[in-house]
Ligand binder design. Structure first.
Ligand code: HEC
Length: 101
């Protein structure tokens, strides 16, 4: 039964690697931005369908609020929270947006 034990160990290690990888992806603001924002705000935040985010006057916290809670005063899609965006993702992508130059 030594073989199945080794196999189980390898499996556990693979799972741990995957969990580590996927959590670091989730907090990669650039990756989140590319996936969920760039289509409307442009690859460099220069604006497209949505306004430019480069040099936005909003604070990081305000951006997080728009993304996680939505804002009735805004036009779609930001009346509602962004789908499938965790609080960590929102923070990471807000930091990324604030860093755009
Ligand atoms: C379907 C297109 C679309 C997607 C996807 C989208 N946005 Fe927007 N965004 C807009 C539009 C349109 C506005 C303008 C809303 C308004 O003026 O009321 C906007 C406004 C904003 C604003 C406010 C800008 C300001 O100066 O007031 C922020 C911040 C923002 N988006 C961030 C993001 C982030 C970050 C993502 C990705 C998680 C994202 N948006 C995804 C279309 C989009």
């Amino acid at each position: 039964m030594k073989l199945s034990k080794t196999f189980a160990l390898v499996l556990v290690m693979l799972c741990m690697c995957f969990a580590l990888l996927s959590s670091s992806f989730a907090e990669d603001g650039a990756a989140v931005y590319k996936m969920k924002c760039a289509a409307c705000h442009g690859a460099e935040g220069q604006g497209k369908i949505g306004p430019a985010l480069k040099g936005t006057s909003l604070s990081g916290d305000q951006i997080v609020a728009v993304l996680t809670k939505g804002d009735e005063a805004k036009k779609p899609p930001h009346k509602k929270p962004v789908n499938g965006l965790s609080a960590d993702d929102a923070k990471a992508v807000a930091d990324y947006v604030k860093g755009l130059k």
